[in-house]
Design a binder for this molecule. Sequence first.
Ligand code: GLA
Length: 399
Amino acid sequence: MEALSPQKKEPSFFNVFYNSVNMKRVPIFGTSSIRPLKINYLRMNKQLCVLVSLSFAFNFAVSAQLLSGVFAKKYPIGAAVNSFMLKDSSIDSLLRLHFSSLTPDNEMKPEVTEPQEGAFHWKGADAIVAFAQKNHFKVRGHCLVWHQQTPAWFFLEHGKEASKKVLFQHMKEHIFAEMGRYKRKVYAWDVVNEAVSDTGKSIYRTESPWYQIAGKEYIAQAFRYAHKADPKAILFYNDYNVFMPEKRMKVYTMLKELLKEGVPVQGIGIQGHWSLYQPTEKELRETLRLFASLGLKIQITEMDVSLYHWEKNERTMRTGEQIVWNDSIAKVQADRYAMFFHVFNEFPKVISGVTFWGVADNRTWLDHYPIEGRKNYPLLFDTLYREKPAFHAVIESQR
Ligand code: GLA
């Protein structure tokens, strides 16, 4: 039987697959009878069974090494992408091998989709949604109402600060346009992003232009519009550092109040921009327990594990600050990933998705934030798209 050659029909897939077995060209799919298997088959139970049976028959362990296979019966495993990344054949292959959900990292944000009132730009978002449909991925929409990456016109009326009424009109039209376009194609939305303050007494981020014009009411209003626009979509509040006790209580209080008022918020997106240092196992468990007690779905929406302590403010790099990636750091990071996923396992009925904020370490926002040019290595695949120890730790955590 002819071994598949990387130059043949699906070169990028096999290149990545070979990469993923440490560059050894092991002909894992060494029989043409297996050739018609496409990656998305792994998400369909029947085909998964076929693949697993074949893997036993031919003595190769395929499904055990694929994120999408390991998590198939649990929850979607996602990656944040942009439409340009989808043109990279290695990314395309990694996505189709390992992931089952996509989130546009920027191309569904208001500054991209509606830079001027009523002038919509859907090209990037459309490309991601089309890729998802073609390959049977779910899509998480991100995000509709945020104080960042939202053009100024939202907050203006004839050149002056908009009234609450006009602001809500802008919000409504934007939400209806975007959610309407992707109805039944986007299953979940981050409706409101980061409305809670990190520090201080106020629950809310008072410097947000949304808050300045409308007070906290904008949050409930956004969920109501979103629910009207697509009653079937699952609606999330999404935020970072919610494991920190102070912020966690604020988010909890806000969500509890929204639920009491009958606002259609159905889930909390925990951003998962974590590090080798935070959160602790206890903090994470307590956070999940607390939000689970509200009866909300929980998704880890923006997972990456930085090598550095978290910092909010941007600054320049100090001498000697750049960490050089090595095996022992890789191991520490893998242990962190293992711990996080073991804690997720304790909440099988509550956690309904995990999304990584990126695919591989060659492209991560953490190379630019909070310090421009400080290389970071926060994801499961390395700069050459190979599986890192963190990847294997995540796989192992599901056995
Ligand atoms: C936040 C936002 C995301 C993205 C990341 C950084 O977490 O929710 O949309 O901007 O920061 O890439």
